[in-house]
Design a protein around this ligand. Structure first.
Ligand SMILES: C[S@@+](CC[C@H](N)C(=O)[O-])C[C@H]1O[C@@H](n2cnc3c(N)ncnc32)[C@H](O)[C@@H]1O
Length: 416
């Protein structure tokens, strides 16, 4: 059975009085704090802002890019100013949801990238801009265009850049990288690979230029234009501790032994995310076709591997993840499979037809996307809500019953 982590924060209580809880669309374990909310994100974010202030570790949004398309499930056609104003308004609300180490990740293409970057800089402060990731979203050539557009962007912002830097996770070692480690001399410390022991001379100090003597007495000078990575005393200490490798016969140029356990603390994420590593739009559509074989496929889904990378860099099991432009529910599916808590907001009917339906399949051990890689075993659950403030629900209760002539309305709130 998978371990389900409790929410890492003080478990805010969902403001039930503002929402209609839909029992028929909720699934699996109830009251976990996992929520799909059907409605306009601006209204809903305002309604949730008090409860979830400072509670969310990672927000991913994939808003309409304003590329003037009419997709089957939503319209992506606004004038530039209206689009920018509306996205900025959502992001201005989102920033308060973030925990101190929290981060916002925004998918976008180059139609609006640069305008959006300036707008978000104003909200987060330029000092909290972390990076722009390039994602290779297609591998085939688009021959009808002037340039075949094969990549999109992900803007990364931190609530507080320093706190995020200290808290963000490294990437796990890929199988490819693990294969580079061997143990030709049965070193008791385990598999290792050798890396260069010299660096560019321009970056060195006088203490790094010397003649090095190997254990068999052979003398080595750094190659032209290079110096040793360590000063002499440190290098001698490293040689004494068998941390420098001189080749199988002891006569080779000195190289540093780097051990797998040391390296397995992980890799610094780079900014170029290839199709090979995190999938493409086509990968995502194929997965959706398996999930919904009888439906018109959602036009712009993201692959689960892409969301997995974001969520694993930005959060830990038990943390809360938020997506305010949910679409087919990729973010929530990955959050669920990787044992995070989540809130997703979607205004279109795809909140029901795609997101809720997909999450039901996830609870029931759906095997696509990242399931196999992470050995997903199913379980957990979520609640489905519609935004409906108390006042409008009371109004909807007709005819009103009156309490023994006191004139007070008596109404029972429906919870589903
Ligand atoms: C690009 S899609 C998201 C796709 C998603 N990442 C996935 O993997 O399926 C954008 C979604 O945002 C929704 N959306 C746009 N404006 C919204 C708003 N103001 N409130 C809530 N949802 C909105 C659209 O209906 C659409 O489903």
């Amino acid at each position: 059975m998978p371990i389900h982590h409790p929410l890492t924060t003080c478990s805010p209580r969902f403001p039930l009085h503002l929402f209609e809880q839909c029992n028929d669309l909720s699934y699996g374990d109830r009251g976990t704090g996992n929520a799909i909310i059907h409605g306009e994100n601006l209204t809903i974010l305002k309604a949730l802002s008090q409860t979830y202030r400072g509670q969310v570790r990672c927000i991913y949004i994939d808003p309409p890019y304003n590329n003037q398309e009419n997709y089957t499930h939503y319209r992506d056609k606004l004038d530039h100013d209206t689009w920018l104003e509306s996205i900025s308004a959502s992001i201005a609300l989102l920033v308060d949801f973030l925990a101190d180490e929290g981060s916002l990740w925004v998918s976008i293409d180059d139609t609006e990238l640069h305008y959006l970057k300036v707008a978000i800089d104003k909200i987060f402060g330029r000092q909290n801009f972390v990076s722009t990731i390039v994602w290779e979203h297609r591998t085939t050539r688009e021959n009808r265009k002037v340039f075949s557009n094969n990549h999109e962007y992900i803007l990364v912002y931190a609530k507080d850049a320093r706190a995020f830097k200290a808290a963000r996770n490294s990437l796990g070692l890929t199988l490819d990288i693990q294969r580079r480690y061997h143990n030709p001399d049965n070193d008791p410390r385990g598999p290792w690979q050798s890396v260069s022991a010299n660096v560019q001379a321009g970056h060195g100090t006088a203490s790094q230029f010397y003649e090095l003597v190997s254990p068999n007495g052979k003398r080595h000078k750094p190659p032209l234009g290079r110096c040793w990575v360590y000063a002499k005393a440190k290098m001698e200490d490293e040689i004494a501790h068998n941390n420098i490798w001189f080749g199988n016969d002891g006569n080779g140029a000195p190289r540093i032994r780097r051990f797998l356990p040391e390296a397995s603390t992980g890799l610094t994420p780079h900014t170029l995310w290839t199709a090979n590593e995190v999938g493409t739009t086509t990968t995502a559509k194929k997965h959706l076709l398996r999930l919904f074989p009888n439906d018109v496929v959602f036009d712009t889904p993201k692959p689960e591997a892409l969301l997995r990378r974001i969520i694993e860099i930005a959060s830990n099991p038990g943390d809360l993840i938020l997506d305010a432009f949910l679409g087919s529910g990729t973010t929530l599916a990955v959050a669920h499979k990787t044992d995070r808590h989540y809130i997703g907001i979607e205004r279109g009917p795809q909140a029901v037809t795609h997101a809720a339906s997909r999450l039901r399949q996830v609870v029931d051990r759906e095997s696509g996307g990242i399931s196999e890689e992470i050995h997903w075993e199913g379980g957990g659950g979520f609640d489905f809500y519609r935004f409906q403030p108390l006042a409008s629900r009371l109004q909807a209760i007709k005819p009103a019953r009156f309490n023994g002539g006191t004139g007070r309305k008596v109404a029972r709130l429906s919870t589903g």
